[in-house]
Design a binder for this molecule. Structure first.
Ligand code: NIG
Ligand code: FE
Length: 389
């Protein structure tokens, strides 16, 4: 196996407090040694062991590739008209999902796969090296299974979201749709997925339905995660903690009991500021969660309705400006936090044994991601020890 030493790194985020300063495990004037697809060593350049090949980082900051633990990329069409209406004062409604369901059902497999590849490439160029993605725009047995089969061609982190909304074909009989989602649709989808998810919200699925959907998925070996407390207060967050879900996603409307539940369990709160930005909704209160000791992840929620951004750096900037996070906290949440939300320990950090997924910034430190919003600072990306951007 060829070893590589990357020297002359401005500031290195390892997310390993045993390697450097603070929770980010920051090392100034750092070097990294890679062995094949893994990190073999991280630390001050002066102490770096020798390697077969040398790469000069030219003083740029290096951080772990972003871990985007929440996106909806298997879709066709877009919702420009809905966005225009929203920016003229209309509220966001989950019912817009039906527009994308119709377009997605009408698309060919090749069109859907090309769409996923296009947005993954877009995300990769902005430093994302691990991505989760979901079904949820098919809502029939065949269309959901096809979405997951296509997603699985592009990533290992695949989530079954047959319970995105009640299918328009079952509008008069939601109970029959829940039976489908927990029965034949689950049987067809489980082989392609690692996770099961449900949109627990007024107008989508209530707490009892969400519990039935998640526990059915768990009985088939899927791990639970949930869209919770996005548009209103509700039972989703506490259900997530009760079921030991890896993540409760959105967490925009939280009671004190919700925050206490998150602080007492293992469920990560994944915040998705692209959604609040693009729906002009109230920001999730990251500060309140962090002060309570909750593990927070930051992700894009990339989808054509509520958050059509694939940019984690944009979400980092929003979280710092509007959600009370420090730049250090936001960068941790977009890397190590995302990994925790996917129950992964091989990504989201850069210390011995981690996958060699690196984002280089045209800047001396990670702080510039928030300090210089909207600037394409990610200048080079490596995945599994190989340069990909
Ligand atoms: O995470 N909340 C539910 N699902 C998506 C929105 C999907 C859409 O509007 O198409 C979300 O925001
Ligand atoms: Fe979502």
């Amino acid at each position: 196996m060829t070893t590589t030493v990357i020297t002359n790194i401005g500031s290195l985020v390892t997310n390993d407090p045993a390697v450097g300063e603070g929770p980010l495990g920051l090392v100034e004037g750092a070097a990294l040694v890679l062995d094949g697809d893994r990190v073999a060593w991280a630390g001050p350049a002066a102490q770096a062991p020798d390697a077969d090949r040398r790469v000069d980082a030219e003083g740029r900051a290096v951080l772990p590739g972003f871990v985007d633990s929440h996106s909806h990329l298997v879709f066709a069409g877009d919702r420009t008209a809905e966005f225009n209406a929203r920016m003229s004062g209309q509220p966001y409604k989950a019912g817009g999902i039906r527009t994308t369901v119709a377009a997605t059902r009408a698309a060919t497999d090749a069109e859907l796969s090309a769409n996923v590849a296009r947005y993954l490439r877009e995300a990769l160029r902005q430093g994302t090296t691990t991505f989760e993605t979901k079904s949820g725009y098919g809502l029939t047995v065949e269309d959901e299974a096809r979405a997951l089969r296509i997603a699985a061609e592009h990533t290992d982190e695949v989530t079954y979201l047959g319970a995105h909304i009640v299918s328009p074909d079952h509008a008069d009989d939601p109970a029959a749709y829940v039976d489908l989602v927990t029965g034949p649709m689950l049987d067809a989808c489980a082989p392609y997925a690692r996770w099961v998810d449900v949109f627990c919200e007024k107008g989508a699925f209530d707490g009892d339905q969400a519990r039935a959907i998640l526990t059915a998925g768990m009985a088939k070996g899927l791990l639970p995660r949930i869209h919770a407390n996005q548009l209103s207060y509700g039972p989703g967050v506490q259900l997530a903690v009760e079921l030991d879900a890896a993540s409760a996603d959105h967490c925009t409307h939280l009671t004190d009991a919700d925050v206490d539940a998150l602080a007492s369990g293992n469920t990560v709160a994944t915040l998705l500021p692209g959604a609040e930005f693009s729906t002009r909704a109230q920001w999730p209160d990251a500060r309140r969660l962090l002060d309570a000791g909750v593990t927070v992840a930051l992700s894009t929620d990339c989808n054509p309705g509520s958050s059509f951004t694939s940019s984690v750096p944009f979400c980092v900037a929003l979280a710092v400006r509007d959600m009370g996070m420090t730049p250090d906290e936001a960068v941790w949440s977009a890397t190590a936090g995302g990994a925790a939300a996917l129950r992964r320990t091989d990504v989201g950090r850069l210390s011995a044994g981690a996958r060699a997924d690196l984002a280089f910034l045209d800047a001396p430190s990670h702080v510039h991601l928030a300090y210089r919003p909207g600037v394409p600072l990610v200048s080079e990306v490596w995945r599994g020890g190989v340069r990909v951007v």
